[in-house]
Structures are given as structure tokens and as C-alpha cells.
Design a protein around this ligand. Structure first.
Ligand SMILES: [Zn+2]
Length: 294
């Protein structure tokens, strides 16, 4: 799943490639992806892409009518969900793409023939697209917590977010309403770098723990953004995987201490961690008793 660093890089890549281009058409190929109906997607026809930005894991394409920027801006916003991706093409087909066939969810074509597809692998369709005049009209954006790369996100702010929360730090870091943009992968990475158990209660962190965790959150995300800077959408996934220390690497060696990376499975996801680095050598309880845990 693309998280803050990947969405940040997608935004930078699109800004570089596409700002100033005129939109020819935008079409959904999968009916369930479009979450808004007013204005309709046809309102984008002839609009110019003015900028691309990010809210948490949401990508925001800011458009305005062609000519002097007098008309109101329209925001084409997408959340790629777990299995969504963006594919840029210099030469798009003229056809909008047939509904209900394959991974294509949405297609945008610029007047010069370039454009991008939003695709989603798998059968559970979660990718979403919104066309709004104000990003805050998207419920997931209106509810977002502070952005960890914003200058306002200080250790004090993080301390305030964690104080009194008697829930596991892993879940807190992933909760978009508390902090925007961190998902399953980067919460594993942050906790590994912070040498902190994913099951630790957020409310139990001392001021020093909070300061150290804040530092690790910012550094981990910044490093990931820097690693993927200048990479096109097609190379981002590979780079993300290569840059991770523990996430998705159960059974491999911890790059810090050499212990085996373990995992805890849940109904819908799994977390990975290093017992030596994070839990004083004690494996966390995993009801599924992963075969990697022997
Ligand atoms: Zn380790």
C-alpha cells in the first residue's frame, strides 16, 4: 500500500510531468471508485492541471479552467487504498477503458495524448476517486490528524496525541485520525528504528520516549521520501520494498542485530518486528503461531 513517502513522491512526479497540461477527459472504468457525483467528471474537460499535492495518503490534483485563473479550482483526489497504483503513460489510448474488466479503475487523458491510469489489483475494490471544490469535503481528509512532515508536528504535539491513550502504539501510529500518512509498513519501520514494542501502550511513553519516537518518525519518513525522490511511479514500489528493514520481511535477518524477523498475524494484516531490538528478546504472542516463529 502506498503510504506518505510514496504518495509524496507520486505527487512530485506528477507535478514535474503534468502541471500545465490540459485535461482532455477523465473516466471511471470501475463504477464503485467514484465517490462524488457533483461536479461530474466532465467538469474536468478542458481544465488545466495547476498543482499536485498530498493530504495524508490522499493524492490531490488541483485543476482550474484554462486561461487566466478566474474560475474555481477543482480537486481531483484519489486514495489508492491497499492495492491501487498510478501508471503514467506518454501515449494514452483514446478509449476510456471498458468497465468491469481487469485492474483499470480510472483513466485520465491530457489533450496532448499523455495521461495516467489508476489501477487496483485483487478483487476487493477500495480505491476511491473524488471530484470536489474543497478537499475538506472528502470525509477521510477532513478527519486527518497532523501531517508528520509538517513543521508544526513537534515532539510536544506527538506527546499530546499519545497522552492518555491506553491503546497499542502500533495501532495509534496507523490511525489516520491521529497522525496522517503512516500505514502498516512505516509503523513497523518506525517502531523497529525506535526499538519499541508494537504492543506498548501509547500512554506509557515517557517524555524522552516521545522525543525519541518523534525523531524516528520524522527521520524514517524523510529518508523514505528522499530515497524515492526523482523516481517515476513505476520504480517506487521496488524502492519502497528495498528500503524497508523489517516490514514484509518475516523470516529474514534483522539488519541491525541479525535476529530473525518475526511476525504477528491478524485477520486482515500482519506486523513484523525484531524481538531482540524491540521486545527484550521475547517473542510477542501470535495466536496463529506463524511457522516462522519456531
Ligand atoms: Zn534486531
Amino acid at each position: 500500500m502506498p503510504e506518505l513517502p510514496e504518495v509524496e513522491s507520486l505527487a512530485a512526479d506528477l507535478r514535474e510531468r503534468a502541471v500545465g497540461r490540459v485535461i482532455d477527459r477523465a473516466d471511471i472504468a470501475e463504477f464503485s471508485v467514484l465517490k462524488t457525483y457533483d461536479p461530474p467528471l466532465t467538469a474536468l474537460h478542458g481544465a488545466v492541471l495547476r498543482d499536485v499535492s498530498r493530504h495524508g495518503k490522499f493524492l490531490d490534483l488541483i485543476t482550474a479552467p484554462e486561461g487566466p485563473a478566474t474560475g474555481s479550482a477543482l480537486h481531483l483526489i484519489t486514495h489508492l487504498a491497499r492495492a491501487g497504483w498510478l501508471r503514467w503513460r506518454e501515449d494514452m489510448p483514446d478509449q476510456p477503458g471498458r468497465p468491469g474488466k481487469g485492474p483499470l479503475a480510472f483513466r485520465l487523458r491530457f489533450a496532448d495524448g499523455a495521461g495516467f491510469d489508476l489501477t487496483e489489483a485483487g478483487t476487493r475494490k477500495r480505491l476511491s476517486v473524488y471530484l470536489v471544490t474543497d478537499p475538506a469535503a472528502v470525509p477521510g481528509i477532513a478527519a486527518l490528524g497532523p501531517d508528520p512532515l509538517a513543521p508544526e508536528f513537534t515532539a510536544e504535539v506527538l506527546g499530546g496525541l499519545l497522552a492518555g491513550r491506553r491503546t497499542q502504539i502500533k495501532g495509534v501510529l496507523r490511525d489516520q485520525k491521529i497522525i496522517a500518512g503512516i500505514g502498516n509498513a512505516y509503523s513497523d519501520e518506525v517502531l523497529h528504528a525506535a526499538r519499541m514494542s508494537p504492543f506498548r501502550l501509547a500512554s506509557s511513553l515517557s517524555a524522552d520516549d516521545v522525543a525519541a519516537l518523534h525523531d524516528v518518525i520524522v527521520t524514517t519518513l524523510r529518508d523514505a521520501v528522499e530515497r524515492s525522490a526523482g523516481l517515476g511511479a513505476s520504480e517506487l514500489k521496488k524502492e519502497k520494498k528495498a528500503g524497508l528493514a523489517v516490514h514484509g520481511k518475516a523470516g529474514q535477518k534483522c539488519p541491525v542485530c541479525g535476529d530473525v524477523i518475526r511476525e504477528v498475524s491478524f485477520a486482515d494484516s500482519a506486523l513484523q518486528y525484531c524481538a531482540t531490538c524491540q521486545t527484550g528478546g521475547k517473542p510477542l504472542a501470535d495466536r496463529r503461531l506463524s511457522r516462522l516463529l519456531k
